[in-house]
Design a protein around this ligand. Structure first.
Ligand SMILES: *Cc1c(COP(=O)(O)O)cnc(C)c1O
Length: 227
């Protein structure tokens, strides 16, 4: 348990150092604590230290944790592959979804989002390395998908998300993140302003911060290995 406390402190420091290295304001880099396959006691511990944002990739597991932590007032992000028959539970329970890659999914989420909750914050997932069989829309589809999503009343398009293939060198890690940043700039030039780049995890957060990440999704470095 003590380790989670230490880990959180260490990660906050490392994120701030990376931001400063990249000549960015550390306040512009937000930590998303990826709590998938981690027990509730660790989540509550991290929450008690001021961490607000948590990410889950399985709908059912996320729902159980959301229900068990309502009093803590946390912000829940869905970061897993979204099947079309699971959209309702996400629309009704999560605050963010990072993994929209089809208009059909976005449309359903908007229809199913209860108006009382306000719009669902959304990122489009981009298959940035163009990997066969991987989730995410193609880079060439981002503009059209974004333009369609901003018309949906109960979704608020916040930005783009990616999950590049594993690379071990810093410069190699930066390239896909730079491409995502470029896509976001192209959107802005076409009049679609967004404020979020959801990119970087335990192994590559530093490269992501250098390329402008505003949300880094960290699991292992914070909670330890998943069970
Ligand atoms: C599991 C997961 C993470 C966190 O990965 P770590 O390597 O444990 O930091 C980030 N993003 C997504 C989409 C994930 O599924």
């Amino acid at each position: 348990m003590i380790r989670v406390t230490e880990n959180l402190r260490k990660i906050r420091d490392l994120l701030a150092i990376s931001a400063i290295e990249a000549e960015r304001d550390p306040e512009t880099v937000n930590l998303l604590a990826v709590s998938k396959k981690q027990p509730l006691d660790k989540i509550l511990r991290v929450a008690s230290l001021g961490q607000r944002d948590f990410g889950e990739n399985i709908v059912q597991e996320g729902l159980e944790k959301i229900r068990a932590t309502t009093e803590a007032g946390l912000t829940w992000h869905f970061i897993g592959h979204l099947q079309s028959n699971k959209t309702r539970a996400v629309a009704e329970n999560f605050d963010w979804v990072h993994t929209i890659d089809k208009y059909k999914t976005a449309h359903r989420l908007s229809q199913q989002r209860p108006a009382s909750l306000g719009p669902l914050n959304a990122c489009l997932q981009v298959n940035i390395d163009n990997e066969p069989g991987k989730s995410g829309c193609a880079s060439g589809e981002v503009a059209e998908l974004a333009a369609a999503c901003i018309e949906l009343p109960n979704i608020r398009l916040r930005g783009l998300m990616c999950l590049p293939r594993i690379r071990h060198d810093f410069d190699g890690q930066r390239r896909p993140f730079a491409r995502l940043r470029e896509l976001s700039r192209t959107l802005a030039n076409s009049g679609i302003e967004t404020d979020t780049l959801s990119m970087g995890m335990t192994a590559d957060y530093r490269a992501a911060i250098h390329e402008g990440a505003t949300i880094v999704r960290i699991g292992t470095a914070l909670f330890g290995e998943r069970t």
